[in-house]
Design a protein around this ligand. Sequence first.
Ligand code: CMC
Length: 392
Amino acid sequence: SGLITIDPGYKNTGSTKSGITFLDGEKGILRYRGYSIEDLAEKSSFLEVAYLLIYGDLPKQSELNKFQNDIKMHTLVHEDIKRILEGFPSNAHPMGVLSSLVCSLTAFYPESLDPNRSSEAVYLSIIRIMAKVPTMAAWAHKNELGHPVNYPSNNLDYCANFIKMMFAVPAEPFEVDPVIVDALDKLLILHADHEQNCSTSAVRLVGSSQASLYASISAGINALWGPLHGGANQAVIEMLENIKKDGGDIPKYIAKAKDKDDPFRLMGFGHRVYKNFDPRARIIKKAADQVLGKLGIVDPVLDIAKKLEEIALEDEYFVQRKLYPNVDFYSGIIYRAMGIPTEMFTVMFALGRLPGWIAQWKEMRESNEPIGRPRQVYTGPNARNYAELTDR
Ligand code: CMC
């Protein structure tokens, strides 16, 4: 039916109208529901930001209390889900474990499959997934270690509870370090939404078939898993480690990145949309200094990162192409200082992106968007006569 325009990667195709996140890549501006990412990272808690993204306004104290308390009521995960977890080998990647456990919620709460359920029932699904993902994420990590899982502690706030479930071990007292909790809170805020990126588009597309919230978000976790999307923070740490092993020879790596015959790229540099500083990178850089300082950690890799940034930003190659550090450049350094293992970095990203996915799914459903169904240009064979098996 007429001419179809193809736009691989949707580089120039808008998929939706959205009132959630504003992004100006030329100016380096990021706002959630009109509030600057700088203000939110500085002044809000992650759950306040989650509420803002999902419901459109910053919560009043009473609204925040209810949201927080409702989440606390649902942090426990069904014991049968624990049995599913126990079926995974210990070397299972925690992202695969997490997406599977999230999808399994459709089986434990089958009412979530009803596309016509009341807004109260949708609220409960949102609360349940916000509450259970940290528990499942920490359990995915414990499964890797072969250690017993920790149950949630509802006397603790969202981030503190997660840290305890991640790191507490049996028969040892566990003190949650407020420096680590604050750092986590900030990192989750900075990752909470980024408009129509790959995983968010996956959530909206799956949800457009009226699939459940749990099934849609499980799809988002899988999309985030890919190295082109959520995996760059790990690649940055690996690159910085290599530079360190190489005696800190930064110019050598800059030259490699500029060499068009060498596939190497400066990891954590450049962005499809930002042609200016990624505003999240600025905040994370400052936070990395503060967190490592407060924890008394000296990580030579942080110095290498800063020097690398300084040299790159003065280099004509990077200036001309408007290549700046992105969100992933410094985040891995903080996660590492917090004691989070490298293969959990993408899970941390998922934890942060969760409210964004929920907000986008809810917006899409409430605006009655039609099912997502892209077109194609067919390039296969023309009509052929069927060949019997014996004649082929
Ligand atoms: N190092 C060296 N050169 C680069 C880099 C880099 N990191 N990024 C882009 N370039 C060059 C590229 O070679 C091209 O040069 P030329 O014009 O001479 O051919 C020019 O800059 C434009 O690059 P592009 O590949 O056309 O840009 P894109 O928008 O398709 O790619 C990107 C964006 C993020 C994939 C890319 O910048 C990149 O590979 N960066 C490194 C990986 C990374 O840090 N990814 C995290 C992205 S932010 C988090 C997230 O989205 O999940």
